[in-house]
Ligand binder design. Sequence first.
Ligand SMILES: [Zn+2]
Length: 263
Amino acid sequence: MNEVLEKLIVAQAVDLELARLKSELAGVPARRKAAETALRAAEDALRKIDEGMRKEEVLRRTQESEVRSYKDKQTRLRKQLDAATSTAQVTALEHEIGFTEQAVAKLEDEELASMERTEQLEIDRSHAQEALERTTATLTRETVACEVLTEQNTARIADLTSERAAIRADVGATEEGERLLSQYDRVAKSKGTALSEATGQKCSACQMMLRTQRWNDITDRDPNSPHKDEVFTCETCGRMLFYDPRRDAPGEWTPGQRLASSK
Ligand SMILES: [Zn+2]
């Protein structure tokens, strides 16, 4: 295999790993924010439930005091009924007592409904309490995980950045290397990756079939051929193709994974 191409395989593994580490690092604020937002939401939900429970209590106290005042009125009306002297008076008082009885029954029904709402709120409250505990634990865990990740990725990024510079200096030391490196940068910029493994007569990055002649050129390198060190590019996506003879059978190719293992 072309010597520069072999170095570029390592360069791509480094670049992909750097991109992964940086993207993970860039995601840290969002991870933390998501955990904080979930906790705030759980706190809000609990607060709303507590507020609802207080409102129901206030409502029931009002209802109870209204019931008491209607009952006091009933007592007064019954005394007046005992002392009533005309049929008209009796009818009017009985009518008024009936009205207070209906009002009391209605208030008692409403009080019962309020108690049922409170029962439901108590159930909701225990769920909200659980959610609060869960989101608090998640935030603690995420905070620690983000700190560890930040520290580890920052250190690894620094190492890989020096490694990358060294590889690029090495590759760029020859004229051919310089040319292939600029081709690498150009394709990597537009496609994300500049190299692609050829497997099963396909470019593993864009999945397009390679012409049989091209496939044979890549896989059956004749050590005496004048083209043995030639770097072929995929005619469809423009990536530089490489073939790993250690790979016996074609399989899944995940960007980074395959190249990383070629190190
Ligand atoms: Zn391709």
